[in-house]
Design a protein. Structure first.
Length: 397
């Protein structure tokens, strides 16, 4: 018998705020009714600032982030097209895998897991590509497996420096809606996310924003697609409708989630994530542990992958957290299994929740054999929050 709430500190799906959950408790409705289209038109308009774009085409595909990846690839590229990608964590690895399975000619830069996008290696390849065979450059903005945020702007700058015409594809699944994402400023052509992370909804939508260039490319690209076709989607989207049955409940949830983001202010959302993430990291350092991210400038403000001591199995930390303390931490994926556990700190989150995560992590680390001083991580985060709360209060006055 489990009592109390089950704490969810995985990097997605994230906690769905009660008003969002309640907004989804609506009767089924006719997705072709005259007043239905306004719902999606409003979502598209309000998603644009979250993507950091004024006029990119935003599309909501039933599915998850992976569906949006597939839509981006198949609509804008043709089999045999060369693309430039890096592998530095499980999600960037999966993206390479998908591109290869789609018949793209993938030029892969392999890095240690914990590194960020290799801007210099990309720059060298782009400079060498005088015939402009590379059609797409791919960045995993926030590698959720390692807790690494990469510098998208630097990749755009490298492309511009040699006037390379490839399109820029960015996976923002665990960044968009939580940390700054500036599609227009960074010259991103295809930006991708899902409904279940920073957007605080259940999984069920793969959301994608496409630049004018991406839409132009879709007119001639021969990648095979049907369900995820931009053309079908955009034709129906013009009036707010879908080419097939949409998950209407999630759309209602998304309405409230976007209202909440607007009420908080997107820049305040970013500042909150930065503050909470720093609290988590201070806790980790106070335990004498380290994040998997290779350097501080790569630390993610949405997820921290925590390396456990070599004598400890991170799977045991996660098992204890769940079995004894009703708390879910993220697991170490693929080659990081057993080596890290992850604390997701994105979406509908506050200081009290972070302190709970740290307190339960201390208990779980202890039970798994790590030597942590009880309260050390919690105290370090509290000290940070006490200081930043005061700063935030003074700034608001
Ligand atoms: N990309 C990143 C960075 C992710 O974190 C995830 C999922 O966690 C995905 C892609 C895949 O998204 P989904 O699980 O929504 O299909």
């Amino acid at each position: 018998m489990r009592t109390g709430i089950t704490h969810l500190f995985i990097p997605g799906p994230t906690n769905v705020p009660d008003p969002v959950r309640m907004a989804m408790n609506v009767p089924m409705q006719d997705q072709r009714a005259p007043d239905f289209g306004a719902l999606q038109l409003g979502l598209i308009a309000d998603l644009r600032p979250v993507f950091g774009t004024r006029d990119a085409a935003v599309m909501l595909f039933p599915g998850s982030g992976t569906a949006a990846w597939e839509a981006a690839l198949t609509n804008t590229l043709s089999p045999g097209d060369r693309v430039l990608m890096a592998r530095h964590g499980q999600f960037s690895t999966l993206w390479v895998d998908m591109a290869q399975r789609m018949g793209l000619d993938v030029d892969v830069v392999d890095l240690d897991w914990g590194e960020g996008v290799p801007t210099e290696a990309f720059a060298a390849r782009l400079a060498a590509d005088r015939e402009h065979r590379i059609k797409g450059v791919f960045v995993t903005h926030n590698e959720t497996a390692t807790g690494v945020t990469s510098d998208v702007a630097s990749v755009r700058a490298a492309m511009d420096a040699v006037r390379h015409p490839a399109m820029l594809y960015v996976d923002g699944v665990s960044s968009i809606g939580s940390i700054p994402f500036r599609m227009d400023d960074w010259g991103v052509d295809l930006a991708i996310t899902g409904s279940q992370k920073g957007l605080m909804c259940p999984a069920g939508l793969g959301i994608l924003a496409a630049s004018a260039r991406a839409l132009e490319a879709a007119k001639t690209a021969t990648g095979r697609r049907c369900y995820l076709d931009f053309g079908d989607m955009l034709r129906m989207n013009a009036d707010g409708y879908f080419p097939y049955t949409p998950p209407t409940q999630i759309l209602h949830g998304m309405r409230v989630a976007l209202d909440r983001i607007r009420a908080e202010g997107i820049e305040n959302v970013y500042a909150r994530h930065a503050r909470l993430a720093e609290g988590v990291r201070r806790g980790v350092f106070a335990w004498g542990l380290k994040p998997a991210a290779a350097r501080p400038d790569l630390f993610s403000d949405t997820v921290t992958a925590i390396r456990v001591p070599e004598t400890v199995d991170a799977r045991e930390v996660i098992r204890v957290g769940y079995a004894r303390y009703n708390t879910s931490f993220g697991s170490g994926l693929a080659r990081l299994a057993g080596k890290v556990f992850r604390i997701g700190h994105l979406g509908d989150l506050n200081e009290g929740m972070v302190l709970t995560a740290l307190a339960v992590a201390e208990l779980s680390l202890h039970a798994a054999g790590a030597r942590v001083e009880f309260g050390a991580g919690v105290a370090a985060a509290q000290a940070h929050f006490a200081g930043t709360a005061e700063t935030a209060r003074l700034a608001a006055e």
